[in-house]
Design a protein. Structure first.
Length: 353
């Protein structure tokens, strides 16, 4: 039996907070509370649907027990089976929502992509990965913000940082961090030989204001001219931003937008995500050995996946599973891969009965 009392109490409290007119001036907090309210509302609606379904099942049983007509009895049995299947589905969906509430996953994340070994081909592969995540996010209706993007002369990616915001964005992409390897014939290859190149992906949860804050006095801000492929200046105004976090020495840049303020906001979001990741990594190291069997996330040095074009196959080495149809996957069809990783993770974290 699900104890809904704490969820109902929190839901009512959030509704009261949202009526506070002063909250409108605290936009980030307003968004945080609104998202949490919407999530709790989903749980309560599922529980309400489940109760209604259970009542229908009981009513149907009473009709079935009182029914003497064999034809009507057969129809009632069929309906009972349908209702029981619906009940199982709803129970599973409710259980998944409750698990998400316990995990308290971030509502946003930053995906950072950089080319590895392989020269220009690695940069082109990095761009393929960037577009794959963008199309996947578009299909999920996530909000996307390019925080920073630097391209090569041939249109490859030198570095890219993209913020994705959506209820299930972090849940879906949390295991994408690591080294991605591609095996294919580059467009620049004359002899038709297959080359192996790599690109690294880092997944950084974006903290909320209540989770992590940066003291503005700890940050040096510098503005400079944005640069395009080959390093040439593309804007006469100094719109690109470089932030240096003095206590740690961490430096981030942003030139994804044409406006100085937008780039500054993007750079601050990126800095916040990186510092938050450092904080979490330190806490994880302090709990050495915890959940070792699980899939690591944001592990830049770990080779996690191979995209083999000659064999039209993607292989995830952590779960030793492969899929065919690379073109579909690279145009955003990541669902089978993502779902398999999530299922594997659930199987590893289930406590023994």
């Amino acid at each position: 039996m699900i104890d809904l009392a704490p969820i109902k109490a929190e839901y009512q409290k959030l509704l009261e907070e949202l009526t506070n007119p002063e909250l409108i001036s605290q936009w980030e907090k307003f968004q945080e509370i609104s998202k949490r309210r919407a999530f709790l509302e989903k749980i309560l609606k599922k529980a309400e649907e489940l109760d209604e379904l259970k009542n229908k099942i009981e009513e149907n049983k009473e009709i079935l027990n009182a029914q003497e007509d064999s034809e009507l009895s057969s129809l009632a049995q069929e309906e009972s089976l349908t209702l029981e299947n619906q009940k199982k589905r709803l129970e599973k969906e409710t259980e998944e929502l409750l698990l998400k509430q316990e995990e308290n996953l971030p509502a946003a994340l930053v995906v950072e992509i950089r080319p590895g070994t392989g020269g220009e081909e690695a940069s082109l592969f990095a761009k393929d990965l960037m577009e794959m995540y963008q199309k996947f996010g578009q299909a999920k209706d996530w909000k996307e913000t390019i925080l920073d993007l630097a391209l090569t002369d041939l249109g490859g990616v030198k570095s890219a940082s993209i913020l994705f915001e959506g209820e299930d964005a972090f849940e879906k992409l949390q295991y994408e961090g690591g080294v991605h390897r591609v095996q294919r014939i580059p467009t620049t290859e004359k002899a038709g030989r297959v080359h192996t190149s790599t690109a690294s992906v880092a997944i950084l949860p974006k903290p909320t204001g209540s989770q992590f804050q940066i003291n503005p006095a700890d940050v040096d801000v510098e503005f400079y001219n944005s640069s395009g492929p080959g390093g040439q200046n593309v804007n006469k105004r100094k719109t690109a931003v470089r932030l240096t976090h003095k206590p740690t020495g961490l430096v981030v840049t942003s030139q994804g937008s044409r406006g100085q303020q937008q780039n500054r906001d993007s750079a601050m979001a990126l800095l916040s995500a990186r510092l938050f990741e450092q904080k979490q990594s330190s806490e994880e190291q302090a709990l050495a050995g915890k959940r070792k069997e699980q899939i690591g996330w944001a592990k830049r040095a770990e080779k996690i996946r191979t995209y083999n074009f000659p064999q039209d196959r993607l292989t995830d080495h952590r779960i030793e599973k492969s899929w065919h149809g690379l073109e579909k996957i690279l145009t955003g069809g990541l669902d089978p891969v993502v779902d398999a990783l999530l299922e594997y993770q659930k199987s590893q974290t289930k406590e023994p009965a």
